[in-house]
Design a protein around this ligand. Sequence first.
Ligand code: ADP
Ligand code: MG
Length: 258
Amino acid sequence: MGIHQRDSGVLELRDVVRTYQLGAEQVHALRGISLDIADNEYVAIMGPSGSGKSTLMNIIGCLDVPTSGTYSLGGEPVASKDESELAEIRNRMIGFVFQTFNLIPRADILHNVELPLIYGGIGRVERLERARTALEKVGLAERMRHRPNELSGGQRQRVAIARALVFEPSIILADEPTGNLDSKTGAEIMSLFDELHASGQTIILVTHEDMIASHASRTIRLRDGRVESDVASPVRNPPHGVELAGPAAHDIRSGGAA
Ligand code: ADP
Ligand code: MG
């Protein structure tokens, strides 16, 4: 029996199919996806446009449900939940980050970050406290009273990440979070994700870029609504002295198919 009782964000998909009805036509966005993602994994989802990445993210984020197959989050099948339970799961377990930031232009960034807490029924004092803490985490506490259009693209995405963090979710879902940013700013956003991962967050992100995906420890490629490949990423910078060289490493190597 484990001693720890914290929320588990373990994901389990089994034969997940999502078919859209488009007039008389059926669009097979997902054709049977089975995968497990453990707590604190760092996963990149790649694949051509139209391969089902966003559909998969929507299902993982409980914004959409499978046409068939099962999805469990923290050991509980999502299909057994009603709409208000799903909203509660989304709030408590999942933080979303989008390519286009999705901030409210008229509101200052403190209010943008606070907004999910207002919908979540959290009182004013706690809201401000949590929103400030989240903005501190992304390095924007001193900009609280600025509006999104007074910030750079990278800063806007950091606001969106702060907003995703206010409920301290187990899982961050990011759909092309660097897609609207230049590569230097994208790299800054990725180091923020790296920090969040190091602090225990599960991160699942969609990207087209190998450089971005290389931050993750696992890459899942989709093609035509199916998993084409699912591999552990090579370690980017192995710490000195831990290259596969010792006797244990020899066992690992000889255990694999030659
Ligand atoms: P990706 O994010 O990999 O580009 P999507 O998951 O957005 O792919 O889309 C997968 C397929 O499902 C595409 O063929 C797309 O046109 C279709 N699709 C996505 N959303 C809808 C929808 N709401 N209605 C009909 N078809 C959709
Ligand atoms: Mg997409």
